[in-house]
Design a protein around this ligand. Structure first.
Ligand SMILES: *Cc1c(COP(=O)(O)O)cnc(C)c1O
Length: 417
């Protein structure tokens, strides 16, 4: 794709007005919204209001007067339509890792010790597998990992308690068929737990339509809730009052302000709250969700997904034309791909240094070590332009042509890669 074709797509883009809601640093092409979403322009004012008025002036009264106490549910309601859930079913709380711990325990407990295995993929995001290993062991079971999705069906047997999958893989961007895998799991008596970290706000998800059992997801990736934004958790209503999460804190109690000595779980998703919600983090996420309201008016998820597919395809097409030595490590079929594309480079070219050189030139993607090491590019339909996609590939061409990546500073690794 050439730049004129990209500009024509930008001119015809129904979501183009959404870009104005974001603060995009001058001269930067940001293709890392799958790791940390861009800041909505009005987030600082919304956080400042929470700090200066709600906290500064309202103080403890703000739990009621500013609705602080309802924020985890209210924000959950705002996320619900983007993941195929209904209002009242989603809670914003804690981190993805912690929420995974809660739902995996709840799922294992539903299986009543009859089944002791959690099945997942070796390529899953490490925290998911670390948490699953700990939960499986706590129940006297084990985590069993497959190397390829084709191996999953054979493991869905009477030993499998839970199939835990991340809907869109963080390295390859490969997207699972959620309804199908959920059905296979449940036909074998297993429960299906889905991690939507790389899905929420970027690809269509239908939790209820898939009849999934549990789901968790991230607030700071495609939802743009800010660094360390609180995460979300969803539990199918059929498990409410049946499955119980183990972090039995006071705000998951049926009557937190009765201060009774015994724990009594709250009804519904409220039981999945543990302690006091992080109000300042919730304020930033709340601001970010305003942009999703605007997106709803411009076509909602159908428009978001259509643009996401177009962006990924524009990138792949341009890479194939301009950087033929790169290998596309993400599925080529859009239906099997999330909103990112990963590339690998021929042996002898340090992909880490290439990404550092790209960042130096103002193109931010990221690098994920492994076999092969990957250059990862995330495409956020809410603010990414087609012209940026084409320009990013031209920068990659230049980094490789000039050998700029060989400059010593680009080989030095920071604490976060
Ligand atoms: C980003 C991501 C996480 C992040 O977990 P935190 O608890 O927020 O650190 C977890 N799982 C997956 C699959 C992710 O992509």
């Amino acid at each position: 794709m050439n730049r004129d074709q990209a500009l024509a797509l930008d001119a015809a883009d129904p979501l183009a007005p959404l870009r104005a809601h974001f603060h995009l640093p001058e001269g930067l092409i940001y293709l890392d919204g799958n790791s940390l979403g861009v800041m909505p322009k009005h987030a600082p004012a919304r956080v400042a209001r929470a700090v200066e008025q709600e906290w500064g002036e309202g103080l403890i009264r703000s739990w009621n007067d500013a609705g602080w106490i309802d924020q985890p549910r209210r924000l959950g309601d705002r996320i619900a339509p983007w993941i195929g859930a209904r209002p009242g079913e989603v809670l914003v709380a804690d981190s993805t890792s912690v929420n995974l711990y809660k739902v995996l325990h709840a799922a294992m407990q539903l299986q009543q010790g009859q089944r002791l295995r959690i099945v997942s993929e070796r390529s899953n995001f490490p925290t998911d597998n670390y948490v699953a290993q700990s939960v499986a062991r706590a129940h006297g079971g084990e985590l069993v990992l497959v190397d390829a999705p084709e191996e999953i069906p054979a493991l869905l047997d009477e030993r499998c308690a839970v199939l835990m999958l991340t809907h869109v893989n963080y390295r390859s961007g490969r997207m699972h068929d959620m309804p199908l895998l959920t059905r296979w799991a449940q036909q074998a008596g297993c429960l299906a737990v889905w991690d939507l970290a790389h899905s929420a706000g970027a690809v269509p998800v239908d939790l209820l339509g898939s009849a999934a059992d549990f789901a968790v997801g991230c607030g700071y990736k495609y939802l743009n809730g800010g660094p360390g934004a609180p995460a979300f958790v969803w539990v199918h209503p059929r498990h409410h009052g049946q499955a119980f999460q183990p972090l039995s804190g006071w705000l998951g109690h049926a009557k937190p302000f009765a201060f009774t000595p015994d724990y009594q779980p709250a009804a519904g998703i409220q039981q999945y709250q543990c302690g006091t919600p992080p109000i300042l983090g919730l304020a930033a996420l709340d601001a970010a969700l305003d942009v999703f309201d605007a997106a709803t008016k411009l076509g909602g998820m159908a428009a978001v997904r259509a643009k996401s597919v177009q962006l990924c395809e524009a990138f792949i097409e341009t890479v194939l034309q301009r950087v033929p030595e790169a290998a596309i490590e993400s599925p080529r079929v859009a239906a099997q791909r999330g909103s990112q594309v990963s590339l690998s480079l021929p042996e002898g070219i340090d992909a880490y240094a290439v990404m550092q050189a790209l960042i130096h030139r103002g193109v931010i993607g990221d690098f994920r070590d492994g076999t092969p090491p990957l250059l990862r590019f995330g495409f956020t339909p809410l603010y990414t332009r087609f012209a940026e996609v084409v320009d990013a590939v031209e920068h990659l061409r230049a980094v490789l042509n000039t050998g700029q990546w060989r400059e010593p500073p680009f080989a030095a690794r920071g604490a976060v890669t």
